[in-house]
Design a protein around this ligand. Sequence first.
Ligand SMILES: Cc1cc2nc3c(=O)[nH]c(=O)nc-3n(C[C@H](O)[C@H](O)[C@H](O)COP(=O)(O)O)c2cc1C
Length: 411
Amino acid sequence: MQDMAEVTEADPVAHNLSRRNILKFAGAGVAATSLAATSLTASGAAWAQVPEEAKTEPLDIVRKGIDKAFEVFNIDILEEQAKKVYSEGTYVFVANGAGRQWTLRENQRAWDDYALTPNRMNGIVRDKIDLSVTLLGEKLPHPFIVTPFGSHGLHHPAAELATARGAAKSGSLLCVSSASTASMEDIAKASQGPKWFQVYLDVDEGFSREVLQRAKAAGFKAIILTVDSIGQGSSDEYERRGKPRPWLPYGNFPAGRQTRFKTDLSWDDVEMIHKVTGLPVVVKGLTRPEDARAAIAAGAGAVQVSNHGGRALDGTPASITVLAPIAEEVKGEVPIIMDSGIRRGTDVVKALARGADAVAIGRPLMYGLTLGGARGVDSVIKYFHTETVDTVLHCGVDKIAALGNAHVRHV
Ligand SMILES: Cc1cc2nc3c(=O)[nH]c(=O)nc-3n(C[C@H](O)[C@H](O)[C@H](O)COP(=O)(O)O)c2cc1C
């Protein structure tokens, strides 16, 4: 157990946390699972609080200590491959949406409401196409953001540390969920890449303030306030199965402590976060122009148009459907990030042409993390990069900033 702890704590990815090593520990009873969590959370005490029956559950993370690149053909195929690796419970937890899953499906269907209008003969050199974007002072080589997503330990034993390395490899901005498996301090140290921290406000404001101060001290450059996680959020099928995902402690909180979601959120909370941290605040989970305007009035540095990947309130429209009216209201005063349902480079271009400055990606990156660790995350970003460059080329422009209404039409 000691050997493994040293390897994982020092550098789990670089030391290639091999399947053989993990299985060796699996052979030692519960050690493999407890080990992974102990090394990730930087808090052995947290693991000590995990109920014994949960510890002996055959965590699927035990099988997945890999770090490998692969070619991504499309995200549906990637999801099929990842599905074979997850336990059924974990897959349902990650892939499903809330309620009737209309919003989940709509996040895919609604792309078909918009057609690209290729623009020919403009003499664009493919290799010179510029995907770069600057967000809140951060100059990024492309507009693909790793969205905040809880419990990366469900996908890979190195959890967010692997994601951080994958994001840095591809130059992506990493957004870290407060519900991460690893601690925010460990994630901050795992790579030099740019990072923002996402917070769910707690009913105990003092606790939220402590979390925010830690994020600032750890070096995160902006705070994302997610405002759409105020109830519901889990799928019927996941509930019916008795919430069967493996139990993993959260790395940011004391043993057994989870966020007790503050439901009475208001625009004052944006000001509070800004006051406590002095950092720009991104309000994530907006679907109405009025809310985007109010966010700006409250001092938000950016807004994120999102329906939580169909996981918050079923019946909410697709993000692409509500994006343009929000962009008209925002008028470029703050950057707009869009997420929910991005699966292709053509989706990315449609979003950018309808007014987004950048797109955040969720499940596809988790499938990449599951199948290939840090390099799997990088492989998925590469796929988006290639497809986006190809689509921009067809649009006849040499930079994403030039995309607009001329390149996409409502059908
Ligand atoms: C399993 C799961 C966990 C998530 N955890 C968080 C989270 O901790 N914080 C947050 O702001 N959003 C969270 N989200 C929402 C994502 O940030 C993002 O809005 C969504 O995944 C985008 O949709 P996509 O998965 O279709 O790309 C989560 C989404 C899923 C599916």
